[in-house]
Design a protein around this ligand. Structure first.
Ligand code: ADP
Ligand code: MG
Length: 351
């Protein structure tokens, strides 16, 4: 656990970058620091590994003040990932990843084996190992940066806007990869970003900072979206809080109908507004009005895996206003009618 105990950082020119910050980053969790540019995120992060020393207050690592630990020793237990990966341009990828093990005096083969294992873990082709950083895309370089930070298996990982400089699609896959890694590694991670969506996606806990280095709110993402502490946080979260909150709500509360599917050759009519045409192996094909008429497109979501946000999205994608629930193989589990969606959303709105 990392503890900030009334930490203030005043730079030589009088700028107060961090103002009386107290919070805990629990062991094995991702704590995100989010806020606009200049609100003291980087300063806060760098005080943990003593690249910057606090002016007042203290930071404790598992109860021990970092001020009492000499920086090289401290940093051995703390991986650090920055925006531009910060790789050594003249070293091959494998040697970049093995940087810390080399420093720790591991034998060369052990260090390289470890590097190869990590490259695979972060989703890079082993062929990349013999390349130089400039021969990799920005996203691949960030993966190498993560692998390098993990090389000596430090319990703590500090990440300063590591995915901010890559395009949105690559960013999404890097985020997914980090969550997958974290589910195996359970590191104590402090992750800095200015992107509230990234904060909400990655954080077990999110600390929202305002300019002047003051903590505006510390909460889990769901609470943050439903109960922003003040106008600043509300503004920062943006105007679609309600929709985004749906991504934390499971779909198992939705009422499914299983009596509304018909085979491809169906030609009857019914009082039901919509029927779902399915293939012989039970995959969705199209909606058709119950009284007969043109086929209309459908939207689907994975039952009990996707969130209410995906379910609502699936409903909005179709003129029927109904959503198709499928299993992991894409086979129909049932359908959510407009009425069922209304009921579920009413429950959500009630809190
Ligand atoms: P963030 O990472 O949230 O953008 P920083 O921690 O980098 O914010 O900076 C917080 C504040 O401290 C800003 O006002 C910034 O200009 C100021 N600052 C950062 N580094 C220094 C420095 N070395 N000297 C003086 N002011 C600094
Ligand atoms: Mg910064």
């Amino acid at each position: 656990m990392i503890t900030f105990d009334s930490v203030t950082k005043r730079y030589a020119d009088g700028t107060i970058a961090v103002d009386n910050l107290s919070l805990e980053a629990p062991t094995g969790q991702i704590t995100v620091f989010v806020g606009p540019s200049g609100c003291g995120k980087t300063t806060s992060l760098r005080m943990i590994n003593r690249m910057i020393d606090a002016t007042e207050g203290q930071i404790l690592l598992d109860g021990e003040p970092v001020q009492g630990i000499d920086p090289p020793t401290l940093r051995r237990g703390i991986g650090y990932v920055i925006q531009q990966a910060g790789l050594f341009p003249h070293r091959k990828i494998v040697d970049n990843v093995a940087t810390v093990p080399y420093l720790l005096g591991w034998d060369k083969k052990k260090a390289r084996d470890r590097a190869m294992e990590l490259l695979e873990r972060v989703g890079l082709d082993p062929k990349m190992a013999q390349r130089y950083p400039f021969q990799l895309s920005g996203g691949q370089q960030q993966r190498v940066g993560v692998a390098r930070a993990l090389a000596a298996d430090p319990p703590v990982l500090l990440m300063d806007e590591p995915f901010s400089a890559v395009d949105p699609i690559v960013r999404t896959s890097l985020q997914d990869e980090l969550l997958r890694l974290q589910s195996e590694l359970n590191k104590t991670i402090v992750f800095v970003t200015h992107d509230i969506d990234e904060a909400i996606k990655l954080g077990d806990r999110v600390a929202v900072l305002r300019v002047g280095g003051k903590l505006a709110q510390l909460a889990d993402p769901k609470t943050l979206l439903s109960e922003p502490a003040d106008d600043f946080v509300r503004e920062f979260l943006g105007h679609d809080r309600g929709i985004r909150r749906l991504q934390f709500i499971r779909t198992d509360g939705l009422r499914l109908r299983t009596d509304l599917t018909v085979p491809e050759d169906y030609s009857g009519s019914t009082a039901e507004p919509w029927l779902l045409i399915v293939s012989g192996d039970n995959r969705p094909i199209a909606w058709i009005p119950g009284a007969g008429g043109e086929r209309e497109p459908y939207g689907s979501f994975v039952w009990n895996r996707d969130s209410m946000r995906s379910a609502l999205d699936a409903a909005l994608l179709s003129p029927s206003g109904c959503a198709v629930a499928v299993d992991d193989d894409g086979k129909v589990v049932g359908v959510v009618t407009r009425e069922a969606m209304d009921e579920a959303l009413a429950v959500v709105a009630d809190g």
